[in-house]
Design a protein. Structure first.
Length: 337
């Protein structure tokens, strides 16, 4: 039986792709811009590397490695990239029987919004360089981003119709056509479609990892908005109601765990930024989550601590990340054992 590996299954390593002068993170009029952008990436890498390997894709491995006090469990790899959101162009891990396989889907910059040809080649280059050992790689001519999928590790995929059925992805397929492709490539036995929910300032067309996440086979964490004056209230309420109607294979409802909606955060031009606590990362030993300097940071910490009593709960300030439209989970991609 083939299935997409769940994030909480044992991980071999986590991939990160660091900002450089060729990315939008760099402002030539601000000498400090790149170092400011690198700061959260360094913290994320350190938080993961205390317990498991981290592979850091960068442009100058000597320059980047010198920024760390300790490089234990870190491997620096020079590969050209357009941007840093490796969640969406990194490998997807699937397991068929007892064999692990890595899948390389097409990444086109979220429906052609941004140049992505270098990012789309990273998986093939990294595999050819030997960093994935003997694990086989399959390249698939189908546009699909890692942040658009959540797996329960048993064949169920949670996703959004806004993203996977969008006309800017694969020409706008029906749910049935997408399900057939997910069954073929990921072994998906069923797909749970969310038709509501979004984040203002998000470029991904409502990636699931900004809204709702599997944390166990029977448990989904999701963003809950309780402020009726917030622009997201109606859409997230409808999303919650849809989640409440979802059932597991045995017909039982899912255990739903609400995460708070962050207070609104705006950039210098007054545009709302996509701050979400759903963009956390589960690693072998820790739960690493984004913070935004709002009162909800503490509430989110308490929710995570209650749900993951056996893991270290590590907060990372991700205000800089949301300025570019992503957050912590978007910056990482785990590779399974």
């Amino acid at each position: 039986m083939k299935h997409m590996v769940a994030e909480w299954e044992r991980q071999k390593l986590v991939l990160l792709s660091f900002p450089h002068k060729g990315t939008d993170w760099y402002d030539p009029e601000n000498e400090k811009s790149l170092n400011e952008a690198l700061s959260p990436f360094i913290r994320i890498a350190q938080a993961i590397a205390y317990a498991q390997p981290v592979y850091i894709i960068c442009q100058d491995k000597q320059e980047i490695s010198d920024m760390f006090c300790s490089t234990r469990n870190m491997t620096f790899i020079e590969i050209p990239t357009n941007d840093t959101w490796i969640r969406d162009y990194g490998y997807l891990s699937i397991r068929e029987e007892d064999e692990l396989k890595l899948l390389d889907f097409t990444f086109d910059g979220w429906g052609g919004k941004f140049e992505a040809s270098l990012d789309n080649s990273v998986n093939k280059v990294l595999h050819k360089m030997g960093y994935m050992g003997t694990t086989p790689l399959e390249t698939i001519a189908f546009v699909l981003e890692g942040g658009s999928l959540e797996s329960d590790g048993e064949g169920t995929i949670l996703t959004t119709s806004e993203c996977l059925c969008n006309p800017n992805r694969n020409g706008g397929l029906s749910k049935e056509e997408v399900e057939a492709k997910l069954q073929e490539t990921l072994g998906a036995s069923r797909v749970l479609w969310l038709d509501h929910g979004y984040l203002s300032g998000d470029d991904t067309d409502s990636h699931i990892d900004t809204l709702a996440r599997f944390v166990k086979r029977d448990t989904i964490m999701y963003v809950k908005c309780e402020d009726q004056s917030d622009e997201h209230y109606d859409a997230l309420k409808k999303m919650e109601e849809q989640l409440q109607r979802f059932t597991m294979v045995d017909g039982k409802p899912y255990n739903l765990v609400a995460l708070p909606m962050s207070d609104a955060i705006y950039d210098e031009e007054g545009r709302r930024l996509p701050a979400t606590y759903a963009n956390f990362l589960i690693t072998n030993e820790a739960l690493i989550y984004p913070t935004y300097g709002t009162p909800q940071d503490k509430i989110a910490h308490e929710v995570f601590a209650a749900e993951f009593p056996d893991k270290e709960i590590i907060p990372i300030n991700c205000l800089k990340l949301i300025e570019q439209g992503g957050s912590l989970h978007c910056s990482t991609m785990q590779v399974a054992y």
